[in-house]
Design a protein around this ligand. Structure first.
Ligand code: CP
Length: 319
């Protein structure tokens, strides 16, 4: 009798629906790559001969580069498609674009798109594993995983008992959604804080507590995760002004003192210094994990590419 592989999914489209042991499995796999990436020689050949296509229909620095580095370190042939320089600009549809990439025999596709659900649409049409690199306001699963790994490395493996505050533009944030799914599934207490206009209606259904007073939210926090205002997804005025937003919701040193004395400061980037987070907090040695998040991002993406291509590679127990 053959048992199911520890991560039985063909694609990584979101964190919602993953089991705690499946998330922990990806985090455990990534630990190996954290150690590996700290060596001088970072090359590993397990994806040799495979083609990885990164198709980004929205801008990115961290996610695109770390998926590219991850694939190259694993030995894959990595190709980047930037929508701005592609035939999408000539009116080609998303499905036709996906079918075109599929016909090139990609072995893994990493997709970022501005519309929620677009990555699922592509996954339904192609023959290879698809990894969601962020779709609209929906999910950014590798960000959720890399944030969980960052927290686990600082606070230990037991998420139960951790109080994690996520503050900012919750309404438009796929990072918030993936983190909420990931951290609550692992057992943490998650508090979300935002101005009323930037808090999704019914957020309690995601097993989080909504707060509108940032000072009160920070009480007893082990982790404070700040999010930027996603102006590119806003139509209309959601805040009176950046200055007033900082006054009520910006993470300053004074505010950070309300959290636990060893509270970890996180931000997925890109940051708007002086609005949602002050520079002296973002750069606070021993407390800010922002560059660690970037490091964990490469390891998580290596783990996800490795695990999701095991079936293609005929790895024992995964075929
Ligand atoms: N955190 C994140 O997704 O950053 P990029 O938009 O730079 O990829």
């Amino acid at each position: 009798m053959t048992s199911a592989p520890p991560f039985p999914h063909r694609h990584l489209l979101g964190i919602a629906g993953l089991q705690p042991h499946e998330i922990s499995y990806l985090l455990d796999e990534a630990e190996h790559w954290v150690t590996h990436n700290r060596q001088a020689a970072k090359h590993d050949d397990r994806l040799r001969g495979l083609t990885q296509i990164n198709a980004f229909f929205e801008n990115s620095t961290r996610t695109l580069l770390s998926f590219e580095i991850a694939g190259k370190r694993l030995g894959a042939d990595v190709v980047n498609m930037h929508a701005a320089q592609s035939s999408v600009k000539k009116g080609e549809t998303l499905i036709d674009t996906a079918m075109t990439l599929n016909a090139m025999h990609a072995d893994a596709m990493v997709i970022r798109h501005g519309s929620s659900g677009a990555v699922q649409l592509i996954a339904d049409k192609v023959d290879c594993p698809v990894l969601n690199a962020g779709d609209g306001q929906h999910e950014h699963p590798t960000q959720g995983l890399l944030d969980a790994l960052t927290i686990r490395k600082a606070k230990g493996e037991n998420f139960a008992g951790l109080r994690i505050v996520i503050c900012g533009d919750i309404l438009h944030s796929r990072v918030a959604r993936s983190n909420i799914h990931c951290l609550t599934t692992l057992g943490a207490e998650v508090r979300v804080c935002a101005p009323p206009a930037l808090m999704p209606a019914g957020i309690e259904a995601m097993k989080v507590a909504p707060f509108y007073d940032f000072d009160a939210t920070l009480d007893g926090a082990d982790v404070v995760m700040m999010l930027r205002l996603q102006q590119e997804r806003m139509s209309g005025q959601f805040i009176p002004s950046p200055r007033e937003y900082r006054h009520l919701y910006g993470l300053t040193l004074e505010r950070l003192a309300r959290a636990k004395g060893d509270a970890l400061v996180m931000h997925p980037g890109p940051m708007n210094r002086g609005i949602e987070i002050d520079s002296n907090v973002a750069d606070l040695a021993g407390r800010s994990a922002i560059t660690t998040q970037v490091e964990m991002g490469v390891a998580i993406r290596m783990a996800c590419l490795d695990v999701l291509t095991r079936r293609t590679r005929g790895v024992e127990g995964w075929a």
